[in-house]
Design a protein. Structure first.
Length: 234
């Protein structure tokens, strides 16, 4: 339905089951969207709450010490988002690999063109899994940290700022994984005898470099990364 492709008629399949990368898409992306929405809600609450400590009464007669500065809700929400994004990225890398398998697609190995020794999009698997390694580091919960300071009076910390920095790193790494999948998916669709005419493919097809010959794919991944926000709005 996403590709506006005709439905498959009844008959024996070529394999017992399809890879998880295609079947478990909603189960991975649903929690990630929920985590992003939860973070948006929590950050909205936090930025509208006074966090300075102590709070001074309007008439200046009293100072109130409190724990409003303790950003555990933000840190935990960021950690949850990083873990959820990792789940979706792992499936993205799995789909990238699947698209290069002739037994699954009926297309050339690694979607290569030219001589039999051509590597096609194989190098993108390495790039995507390198970014996945970064995502796994970012998904380690910063909230698990611990610190005891100020003679034991400040005996805990939320580590929300560390979680935020991990999220910034995760955004870049996640973009790389998605860009690698996008380059591979567009090439696979171009190889079909009748590529889909849906808007997402039309936009991506026009924006990404063409040609099946072996060459550096840096420009392809860069263009795909810049295209992600546009595709997200379609």
């Amino acid at each position: 339905r996403l590709l506006d492709a005709p439905g498959r008629g009844p008959g024996p399949g070529r394999r017992i089951q399809d890879p998880f990368g295609f079947r478990a898409f909603p189960q991975a992306h649903g929690p990630a969207l929920d985590a992003a929405e939860a973070l948006r809600r929590i950050v909205g609450t936090e930025v509208n709450c006074p966090s300075e400590n102590p709070l001074i009464a309007p008439d200046g007669t009293a100072a109130h010490h409190h724990g409003g500065f303790y950003a555990a809700p933000v840190g935990l929400a960021l950690d949850a988002l990083n873990l959820a994004v990792l789940q979706t990225a792992q499936l993205s890398a799995a789909r990238l690999t699947a698209l290069g398998r002739p037994d699954l697609t009926g297309l050339p190995a690694f979607l290569a063109g030219g001589p039999a020794s051509s590597s096609g999009t194989m190098i993108l698997e390495y790039t995507a899994h390198s970014a996945l390694a970064e995502l796994r580091h970012c998904a380690a919960p910063a909230s698990a940290g611990h610190a005891v300071l100020s003679h034991g009076l400040e005996e805990a910390a939320s580590f929300a700022s560390q979680a935020a920095r991990q999220t910034l790193r995760a955004v870049d790494a996640y973009g790389t994984v998605l860009a690698c999948e996008l380059v591979t998916a567009v090439r696979a669709l171009r190889l079909l005898p009748d590529p889909p005419a849906v808007r997402a493919f039309t936009v991506a097809d026009a924006a990404l470099p063409t040609g099946l010959e072996d060459r550096p794919l840096t420009a392809d991944v860069t263009a795909a990364t810049e295209l992600l926000r546009t595709l997200a709005e379609i």
